[in-house]
Design a protein around this ligand. Structure first.
Ligand code: FAD
Ligand code: MG
Length: 295
């Protein structure tokens, strides 16, 4: 049996793509490993009608509503390999099952690689974040920090004062020039040049190597991102490298550089969010569907 479309990743982007294809009564398989990028955070913000809702609940409702479509099959599991095959693609799961489809949608999200500072990882999504639009408001204008990770952290530090008084910890990862220092000062950002030793406490207190402690309600830093699985590379899809990591290159219809392979959500855009993943998924699902008709 050959599916019309196999979707790798069944979170916001993948479910959204599958919904469009299911509504066109196409044979779709969604393979999902169940590791959403935001699984470390309790609630999700900024998505119309779902502001403050549990991130898991939004995904669960999406999955439940997808079940209504009789031509869509859901598989809990991990896709391990994908390759071009006669008239389409072959996907092999970790369990060893080989599956065939005419089109592929890569909706597998990204992995976040945090700066190597003890105490960051266990606070990720709780008091350590990357996106102030997602989690800044709830910090209630209390003291915040930005931990530099790359030159992009300049942008991060310039934004944060809208969410609370901000200290910018350079941690040998970024050195602002005089002009950048002046811009940061005009925004009221306090610049701390030393090295950060660890993050401690109930929230995100920063301990410097010289022993000083900065009590903070929240610490913001930019992880390096890369697609969750090397599926795009296996298929030969072009990727885009940027200062914040790697994503799959797509055009405005979410087509990758390989005909028949679409990509959507965080795996195919820098700086994603639920609403963007959902909208990318719609575009990819519709594009994959129409390509089955129009070629
Ligand atoms: P994901 O949600 O990451 O899902 C990818 C899915 O693909 C996963 O289920 C994974 O298991 C599966 N997968 C991966 N590889 C394979 C494979 N080989 N085989 C099978 N399945 C696979 N955004 C907001 O809008 N509001 C917020 O408040 C918010 N808070 C966030 C908090 C944190 C801490 C983080 C890190 C992110 C937050 N985001 C928030 C961003 C949001 O999580 C992402 O934009 C969103 O999850 C992207 O959706 P996606 O479907 O592209 O990928
Ligand atoms: Mg998805």
């Amino acid at each position: 049996m050959t599916y019309d479309v196999i979707i790798i990743g069944g979170s916001y982007a993948g479910i959204s793509a599958a919904t469009q294809l299911g509504r066109a009564r196409r044979k779709v398989l969604v393979i999902d490993g169940g590791e959403r990028r935001n699984r470390f955070a309790q609630s999700s913000h900024g998505f119309l009608t779902r502001d403050g809702t549990a991130a898991a609940e939004i995904a669960a409702i999406g999955r439940e509503q997808l079940r209504a479509y009789s031509t869509v099959r859901w598989m809990d599991g991990q896709a391990e390999r994908a390759e071009a095959a006669d008239d389409g693609f072959r996907v092999v799961t970790r369990a060893g099952e080989a599956l065939a489809a005419r089109r592929l949608v890569l909706a597998m999200g990204v992995r976040d690689e945090l700066p190597n500072v003890p105490g960051l990882a266990e606070r990720w999504g709780k008091s350590v974040f990357h996106c102030p639009y997602c989690h800044g408001y709830e910090l209630d204008q209390a003291p915040l920090g930005v931990l530099a990770a790359s030159p992009m952290s300049m942008h991060h530090a310039m934004m944060l004062p809208d969410w609370g008084p901000t200290t910018f910890f350079l941690n040998d990862a970024f050195a602002p020039d005089d002009e950048q220092r002046a811009r940061l000062e005009r925004r009221g950002v306090v610049i701390e040049g030393g090295a950060v030793e660890r993050v401690v406490g109930e929230r995100a207190d920063v301990v410097m190597r010289d022993g000083r402690i900065f009590p903070l309600a929240g610490l913001f830093t930019l992880p390096r991102v890369s697609p969750s699985t090397p599926m795009a590379e296996q298929l030969g899809c072009e990727v885009e490298e940027g200062p914040m990591g790697t994503v799959i290159r797509v055009d405005e219809r979410k087509t990758t550089s390989i005909a028949g392979v679409y990509a959507c959500g965080d795996a195919a855009r820098m700086g994603g969010s639920l609403p963007l993943a959902v909208s990318d998924g719609v575009i990819a699902g519709v594009a994959a569907h129409q390509s089955l008709i129009f070629g």
